[in-house]
Design a protein around this ligand. Structure first.
Ligand SMILES: [Zn+2]
Ligand SMILES: [Zn+2]
Length: 707
């Protein structure tokens, strides 16, 4: 995964947020995202004023929790209740060299609200942590990685920390339960709690009833926490990382199953309420229509949909059946549904992706059973989400191997592993960074036999040029194009150096040199497609702490759940002293490479690697436009070009009679200003209508109303 600081600021209760962990462009993947998703909601014991019996039970006595990842204890949390009602919490775990180690001291008032907090130590990415909060005398003062605030407190608010331990979600849960209603938060927003269910768990001769709660208002998805009958933390997390009292980790699968069931129920509720299935035809009348094939805007167009198909495209004289649902299109632009060609899916992403206008995604790295099940659930409508194309991730072994996909260590296994992905519905294989270059030919050979595309990272030991010679169809991530000109580190690109070196050095490479030009000519000659995921690299070069605009998402930051917005404030890559200009130059070079590929005629497909799911595809297109592509050309990278690349342009990628009715209605004109794509009113997938704003709302996103 990413490198150190890139996403430290998206940490949530001491742990990385799922979206920022899983992305592959920046480095090795620490853990499957969906598991961090739940882990992100870890929390714990504040006894301050909560049921006094909790304090009595724990007072002075350390309560030890284990941090368990895939059945292995990798760390611990120790909570001590102090005589003044304060909590002393030590939390640490180790995950392949990364992992936080923090010490917190927290005091509470009678409501269970935090009156003071200090957390010191280091974060998951080994950044120094020094977080402090105090409340009192009508003021709240705090400092942390994202903020330095001194606020007038007109009402009591609960402080949500950035670098706290998993203990703190349970403390928040108790405060919410006592309040009996919404609780306002520092720095912003409010939280609510819902009791989901209680189940009985046993360890040896001990049995207890533990209760699952969901806390809403912090993140895109509800944060989950299990409390024991006395109100103390029992568990928060999931298979890949959870805290649970020492001696109880055998009950984890039971709790995970209950959480998965709840997540499925939540998803099914959205699927039961948001899709609008129109029995009759749908007519979008008098809109501007984006002709993705021609790259032009057709004024005053009307489009008729029926069932899951486009049945007619015409002008104002297009006959419309009398029973059709008529949608006035004046002032609006109708476009084909967008594609994100690089997202590591989690079921919770579905509604947000559709809200952004994404009706098709390609997943280039996930667990075979998980992704093929999700593909079917989205296809059948059991859950709400885009069409999924699977690119099966194959990696080798070693310290930096991806914890998802399929590990292929020998030539003999290669062909069978390619076929295994095919059985799971993959149409492509994605090679990963720790793969032994000696195995690459066997993978390429079998992929050809199976009719699958071949793409990937450039495995360590190879350069992009070697990969092209070996038969790659496509290269993921723009950094690998730059690494082609940094042969000195080619044997180390399975490590985070594959991100750090390009961010440090891309700006020093002469893009007009003969070497670069002949490399691009080779890409063009072999029709090598680029999935540059430039958002992640540009952000790494440009983002600075406490500068929202530099995150690239300033425009929509206020739409986000408060803790997500806050993550954008904390900066990205740590910029060493004196390197500011060099990093920006690299950011500019990434965009220049996009422009040069486009000019050379190399096909670019828009993908993001999940910088901010539900918002990052538009950001990717904004950056293509910033690089110099016309808005129409940028839009083609997310419509007709990926459809052609994936050989699905007979049914997808443009709005033509007979094609599948995947479309978006935008309140504005993204061909004048690509950022107008943020104004999606309706997303149509397979003829089913969705109110985009309502989809966003299911993820706690408050998009402003459309005029
Ligand atoms: Zn990748
Ligand atoms: Zn990726």
């Amino acid at each position: 995964m990413c490198l150190c600081a890139a996403h430290r600021h998206s940490l949530f209760f001491g742990l990385p947020r799922p979206e920022n962990v899983h992305r592959c462009g920046a480095g090795e993947l620490p853990m499957p995202r969906r598991d961090w998703l739940k882990l992100a909601g870890a929390g714990a014991a504040a006894l301050g004023g909560f049921p006094s019996r909790v304090a009595a039970a724990l007072y002075g006595k350390p309560v030890r929790y284990e941090f368990v990842s895939s059945g292995v204890v990798k760390g611990s949390q120790t909570t001590v209740s102090l005589p003044d009602g304060a909590l002393d919490v030590r939390f640490e775990f180790i995950d392949r060299g990364r992992g936080p180690k923090t010490h917190s001291r927290i005091t509470f008032d009678k409501r269970g609200f935090i009156t003071s907090l200090t957390t010191t130590g280091y974060s998951y990415y080994k950044m120094s942590v020094d977080e402090r909060f105090t409340a009192g005398k009508g003021k709240a003062v705090w400092r942390n990685a994202a903020e330095r605030e001194d606020r007038i407190a007109t009402e009591p608010r609960y402080y949500v920390s950035i670098d706290g331990s998993p203990e703190e979600l349970a403390a928040l849960a108790r405060a919410l339960l006592r309040a009996g209603g919404p609780v306002p938060l520092w720095p912003a927003g409010e939280a609510t709690i819902k009791r989901v269910r209680s189940i009985s768990v046993s360890s040896g001769s001990l049995t207890k009833s533990v209760t699952l709660y969901e806390i809403a208002g912090l993140d895109f998805t509800a944060s989950t926490v299990w409390l024991a009958p006395d109100g103390s933390l029992f568990m928060s997390g999931s298979q890949w990382g959870a805290v649970v009292p020492a001696g109880w980790h055998a009950v984890l699968p039971q709790l995970f199953a209950a959480q998965d069931q709840r997540a499925a129920d939540n998803g099914k509720l959205i699927a039961a309420t948001l899709p609008q299935r129109v029995g009759s035809a749908i007519a979008i009348e008098g809109c501007a229509l984006f002709d993705a094939e021609a790259g032009t805007l057709v004024p005053n167009a009307s489009v008729l949909l029926k069932g899951d198909r486009v049945v007619a495209v015409g002008d104002g004289s297009l006959p419309v059946p009398s029973d059709a649902r008529r949608i006035p299109g004046a002032g609006k632009t109708l476009l084909p549904g967008l594609w994100n060609m690089h997202t590591h899916m989690d079921v919770s992403f579905g509604p947000r992706l559709l809200a952004e206008g994404i009706t098709t995604v390609r997943d280039p790295g996930n667990e075979p059973n998980y992704i093929s099940k999700m593909q079917k659930q989205f296809e059948s409508g059991e859950l709400v989400g885009p069409r999924i194309l699977i690119a099966g991730l194959l990696d080798g072994t070693g310290k930096y191997t991806a914890p998802i996909g399929i590990t292929t260590a020998t030539q003999a296994e290669a062909a069978e592993h390619v076929r295994e992905w095919k059985r799971h519905g993959a149409v492509q294989v994605k090679l990963y960074s720790s793969l032994d270059p000696a195995i690459v030919p066997a993978i390429v050979k079998e992929a050809r036999v199976q009719g699958m595309r071949v793409s990937g990272h450039i495995p360590a030991g190879m350069l992009a040029q070697d990969a092209i010679e070996a038969g790659f169809d496509e290269i993921q991530h723009v950094n690998f194009l730059f690494l082609n000109f940094m042969p000195d580190i080619k044997n180390r690109t399975q490590t985070p150096v594959r991100l750090t070196a390009p961010v440090e050095r891309a700006g020093t490479i002469d893009l007009n040199s003969a070497e670069v030009r002949s490399f691009l000519a080779l890409m063009k000659e072999r029709d090598i497609v680029s999935d540059p995921t430039v958002t992640i690299f540009h952000q790494s070069a440009y983002q600075r702490p406490r500068d929202l605009a530099s995150s690239g998402f300033g425009e929509i930051a206020d739409w986000l759940p408060p803790q997500v917005r806050r993550g954008l404030l904390a900066g990205s890559f740590p910029v060493p002293p004196g390197k500011d200009a060099a990093y920006r130059a690299s950011g500019d070079a990434f965009l220049k490479m996009i422009a040069m590929m486009h000019e050379t005629g190399i096909r670019i497909v828009a993908g993001t690697d999940d910088v901010l799911v539900g918002f990052d595809t538009v950001r990717e297109l904004e950056l293509y436009a910033k690089a110099g592509l016309t808005p129409a050309a940028a839009l083609q990278t997310a419509t007709i070009v990926p459809a052609r690349v994936m050989k699905l342009d007979d049914t997808l990628g443009s709005l033509k009679p007979g094609k599948i009715a995947d479309a978006i209605i935008v309140h504005g004109n993204p061909l004048e200003d690509i950022s107008q794509l943020r104004r999606v009113g309706t997303t149509i997938k397979g003829g089913v209508l969705y109110d985009a704003r309502a989809l966003y709302a299911t993820a706690g996103v408050k998009a402003p109303p459309l005029a």
